[in-house]
Design a protein around this ligand. Structure first.
Ligand code: BES
Ligand code: MN
Ligand code: ZN
Length: 504
């Protein structure tokens, strides 16, 4: 898709469709909308008065051949009650693009309103939304419907210059990374085994210019990654610990090294503690955290921030079988801590335990993991917010700024020794489940025991990794949640380093 910026008057833009946001609260018509209303001889005002345009979130009103405008169509997009920040902007731009593309429109001008956030953040979010909205899920249909996609996107914004140009590059890299994460996550278990995921990571690394190391089961054994291997041992598919490394030019010695760890369970049957059949097919998405980390690394390779980032993705298939681990088994993790396996379906935390230990060993000074870890987080926060845990307030503050800039919803949940008490072992150090109450938190406390005192953030994305129902801005299927926030965090750190270097 071609993307450009324009500051020309809205009525002068020749394009397939000009899309503008109308708020739900009064006054509906101000700024550029008032301008368009005048240009169209009061058309928009009439529709507002008649109640046909209410401004309800993602309401679409399409006018053909609007008088007074050079555009072929005018799409009026309801903006809802709230000020539009990056979160809303991503959705509205995605919904508009999908609405138009479905009708065969190929070019859109998207009017970025002066809003609740800096123009650059709104520009980037708009692009991310449009790119993410064009994602195709029907990969295996013999006769796929003809692709109807937007080919040209023009962002109309009062702000131009280097910041806006950088926002375009960022939005494009993040939008495409979100879709890469979704492509990987969307592959069925038989076509995205640990070995195939490692192959995808290796190919991506080669073309993007990243370092890649794939640890097979033999090396994993030498490295004593027993928690990781234990999860994989029931499967005929061998596991892979995937390591990607980005070394940004200009990263100063002694600067923080970000260690990303993504859960890469390519299919989670639950193992011997097997899951019910109903909905089990969704467990092909259990590598969404790992897919997200691969995608983040590709975005960083494109955007080249001055910073070092390591991604570790423990990839395994969790299966029952004659060699599978059993409830009651004890595994010694790479860090030396022993784990009593009460439930083989609590496998994510086991593979992450060794992933976190390994990332620390490779030199990560800060750890950030993402995982479809617990059903309990979805009970607590639903499908609206991802759960965030942090053992370090300064690191969390940076993460929170990045999250706000990226426009994703996440909510911090507590860590506390009293929750950790629930997973103290009887014959070993740790239990892999903490009982019924506070399941997302006891899972986080389990990981905490492996992050130890290294500043660490844990994202539980189980409620948001995929959509069961399509939305106007996104088809059902994998969502790519977390990718935007993580890329923004890396960019934020690199900017800060550059600032600090400038002060010397
Ligand atoms: N992959 C699942 C978590 C999950 C469940 C993600 C539903 C998305 C939707 C994870 O491995 C798991 O099975 N967790 C168990 C933990 C329990 C056995 C302590 C769970 O949440 O039930
Ligand atoms: Mn499980
Ligand atoms: Zn799982």
């Amino acid at each position: 898709m071609q993307i450009q910026l324009s500051t020309a008057p809205l009525n002068s833009l020749e394009t397939g469709a000009l899309a503008v946001i109308v708020p739900q609260r009064e006054p509906r018509l101000s700024g550029p909308l008032a301008e368009l209303d005048r240009a169209t001889n009061g058309r928009i005002g009439e529709l507002v008065k008649a109640g046909e345009i209410s401004g309800r979130f993602a309401e679409m009103t399409l006018l053909h051949q609007p008088p007074g405008l050079a555009a072929g169509r005018l799409l009026i997009v309801g903006g809802g009650m709230r000020d539009c920040g990056p979160y809303e902007m991503r959705r509205l731009a995605g919904a508009a693009a999908r609405h138009l593309a479905a009708k065969g429109v190929r070019q859109m001008v998207w009017a970025v309103p002066a809003g609740a956030a800096p123009a650059a953040a709104l520009i980037a979010a708009s692009i991310e939304g449009v790119i993410a909205g064009q994602f195709e899920t029907a990969r295996y249909k013999q006769e796929p419907a003809p692709a109807r996609r937007l080919e040209h996107l023009t962002l109309h914004s009062a702000s131009t210059g280097p910041e806006a140009e950088a926002a375009i590059a960022r939005g494009e890299a993040i939008g495409e990374a979100i879709n890469l994460a979704r492509e990987l996550a969307n592959e069925p278990g038989n076509r995205m085994t640990p070995r195939l995921l490692a192959e995808c990571a290796r190919q991506m690394a080669e073309s993007a210019g990243l370092e890649c190391d794939v640890i097979d089961e033999n090396r994993a054994r030498e490295l004593k990654m027993e928690a990781f291997l234990a999860v994989a041992q029931g499967s005929a598919e061998p596991p892979r610990m995937i390591v990607l490394r980005y070394r940004g030019a200009g990263a100063r010695p002694g600067a923080p090294v970000l260690g990303l760890v993504g859960k890469g369970i390519t299919f989670d049957t639950g193992g011997i503690s097997i899951k019910p059949a109903d909905g089990m097919e969704k467990m092909k998405y259990d590598m969404s955290g790992g897919a997200g980390m691969i995608a983040v690394m590709r975005a960083l390779a494109r955007l080249r921030p001055a910073l070092e980032v390591i991604a570790v993705i423990p990839a395994a298939e969790n299966m029952p079988g004659g060699r599978a681990q059993k409830p009651g088994d004890v595994q010694i993790a790479m860090s030396g801590k022993s784990i009593e396996v009460l439930n083989t379906d609590a496998e994510g935390r086991m593979v992450l335990a060794d992933g976190l230990t390994y990332a620390r060993q490779l030199g990560a000074t800060h750890l950030l993991d993402a995982a479809t870890l617990t059903g309990a987080v979805a009970v607590a926060l639903g499908t609206v917010n991802a759960g965030v845990f942090a053992n370090d307030d300064a690191f969390y503050a940076d993460f929170e700024s990045a999250r706000a800039r990226a426009g994703e919803k996440m909510w911090r949940l507590p860590l506390d020794e009293e929750y950790a008490d629930q997973i103290q072992g009887t014959v070993g150090d740790l239990l892999n489940t903490g009982g019924r109450w506070g399941g997302a938190i006891t899972a986080a406390e389990f990981l905490h025991a492996f992050a130890e005192t290294t500043p660490w953030i844990h994202l539980d994305i189980a409620g948001l990794a995929w959509l069961d129902e399509g939305k106007p801005w996104m088809p059902k299927g994998p969502s790519g949640v977390g990718v935007a926030t993580l890329v923004e965090l890396a960019l934020l750190w690199a900017e800060r380093q550059a600032g600090a270097a400038g002060m010397i």
